[in-house]
Write a protein that binds this ligand. Structure first.
Ligand code: TNX
Length: 508
């Protein structure tokens, strides 16, 4: 069966179910999942299935009576049984129905036909990891709401449940904040971008930018929610803040002026740990929290040079009065202040692994990107971790021979390497491993300017990652995975999705 991610348990039976326009979807007509299935079958096959509350004929039915719940406290488990007379999806939660639907859709060939054979089988399935994430950087390059929704659709197809939305960076502030209109009036626009590779230091002079209104953000969050995906927003601090400082220079150490940045990289101007800055950031986070119902709010924390803090009298004074050792502890003080605020709103923070430096905020979760070491250290300190090491999870890297690939930042992370990733490092005991929530791929977009290129960079690598985080990838089964993946290419073709064919390169 060409299923991705491979389910936990599949038993193939005998015979087939015949899907025709006489098949009905037996469900409450208002059930989103039933409507989703109806639309997807129509798109995939041309068949028009009715949704009816009760039927005695051939049907696809939903019921809340999962056989043997796999693991308590998770919403994903489902059973899918296909027999000659009926298809039944059982689950405890609608999330399980949604995953059963994704599996069923992969059993239905993508072709216009009036009669489609679906092989009889029984699937019992649930994921291993709670955090199955994909990230998208909409700051370096801006992607429309329509494309962000498509991206969410791609996540849904492969049973991802977390969309990490990178909304702010040096090169652009992309989220409307009502209390600070200049963040988008000024911060969302730059007067040029880097052209070609970073090393060449060449720029164009084209005004570039865009932002999402709060109404659009709500629309995306609701769209994702229907697809059982949590949107985790990221607001960068204290580093990667130049776009915000271009709009409000008073929250820097020097007072500016600044321009929204044109070049990629790590910049010295960062938020200054003043009371006014904390108030500014808290007011921003209040609006962010009201838009995103996610348990976690990502506060960045990565790549914050300490250059400005070192020569800032206020910062040095703060280090003294708070009894801090150095600027790293000052960064930790900064993050802990923000954590207190976010916790007071009933939410938790997650940040890049630099938040370990100078001491972790008490309830923070860590995204381990500079390898898995940060994640290992955090799990040993009993903090939750999402693994996203550059070595396996950076989809801005090349996936084939750079000579045949569109310009990328560098690196080499082919699909086979992604498939071989194990989010649980061998250094952790079973007890410590419980703190590994899962894994995520990051798509930084310095060199990714169009939706087509986003698709190219995530496909097919996200298929490999989906199996890693679902928990059914096994290195020795890579050849089998490749066979299934190649069958999925037809589906991607049918949906008009652009994907990399680097896999077919002859390597010597
Ligand atoms: C490092 S990963 C960054 C990003 C860049 C990326 C390029 C991380 C937390 N920070 O700002 O876009 O490298 O790969």
């Amino acid at each position: 069966m060409p299923l991705i991610p491979q389910p936990s348990q599949v038993k193939i039976g005998k015979g087939n179910f015949l899907l025709t326009d006489r098949t009905v979807i037996q469900a409450d007509v208002n059930m989103f999942e039933a409507q989703y299935l109806q639309t997807a079958i129509k798109q995939q096959t041309g068949l028009n299935l009715k949704i009816v509350p009760v039927s005695n004929g051939p049907k696809i039915s939903f019921s809340f009576d999962l056989d043997a719940p796999a693991a308590s406290g998770i919403k994903e488990p489902y059973n899918l049984s296909v027999s000659e007379n009926a298809i039944a999806i059982k689950a405890e939660y609608n999330t399980g129905f949604f995953y059963g639907i994704q599996t069923l859709l992969q059993l239905i060939p993508s072709e216009n036909k009036s009669e489609i054979k679906i092989p009889c089988l029984q699937i019992n399935d649930y994921p291993k990891f709670k955090w199955r994430g994909m990230h998208l950087d909409c700051a370096r390059h801006f992607f429309s709401i329509d494309f962000v929704k498509k991206y969410i659709d791609y996540l849904a197809m492969y049973k991802f449940n977390t969309f990490h939305w990178h909304l702010t960076d040096d090169q652009g502030w992309r989220i409307e904040i009502k209390q600070y209109p200049k963040l988008t009036e000024v911060g969302a626009w730059r007067n040029g971008s880097m052209v070609g590779h970073y090393n060449q230091q060449k720029y164009d002079t084209i005004r570039y930018g865009g932002f999402y209104t709060q109404d659009q953000i709500k629309e995306v969050v609701a769209y994702a929610q229907q697809r059982h995906i949590t949107v985790v927003p990221e607001i960068e601090m204290p580093g990667h803040a130049v776009a915000a400082l271009a709009a409000y220079p008073q929250y820097s150490c020097t007072g500016g002026p600044f321009e929204v940045e044109k070049q990629w990289g790590v910049l010295d101007d960062v938020f200054c740990p003043k009371e006014e800055t904390f108030t500014f950031l808290e007011n921003i986070l209040s609006e962010v929290i009201s838009l995103f119902p996610s348990q976690y709010i990502h506060i960045g924390g990565d790549e914050c040079p300490k250059t400005r803090w070192k020569s800032c009298a206020h910062c040095q004074g703060l280090i003294k009065t708070k009894g801090l050792k150095d600027e790293h502890e000052l960064q930790s003080y900064f993050i802990q202040r923000m954590e207190k605020f976010v916790n007071s709103k009933g939410r938790k923070i997650i940040g890049w692994d630099e938040i370990l430096e100078g001491g972790l905020a008490p309830n923070a979760a860590v995204m381990s990107w500079r390898g898995t070491e940060g994640g290992i250290a955090a799990a040993k300190e009993k903090h939750y971790v999402v693994m996203t090491p550059g070595s396996h999870c950076y989809f801005d890297h090349y996936q084939g021979n750079p000579q045949n690939e569109p310009l990328a930042i560098g690196g080499y992370t082919p699909v086979e390497k992604v498939y071989a990733f194990n989010p649980i490092p061998k250094e952790l005991s079973p007890e410590e491993s419980k703190y590994i929530l899962g894994a995520q791929a990051n798509l930084w977009t310095e060199y990714i300017t169009s939706p087509e290129q986003v698709e190219y960079m995530i496909f097919p690598r996200m298929m490999a990652l989906s199996e890693v985080v679902w928990g059914t990838s096994k290195s020795e089964q890579y050849p089998d995975f490749v066979k299934r993946m190649i069958q999925h290419f037809k589906r991607l073709d049918q949906k008009g999705i652009n994907y990399s064919k680097a896999l077919f390169e002859i390597t010597t």
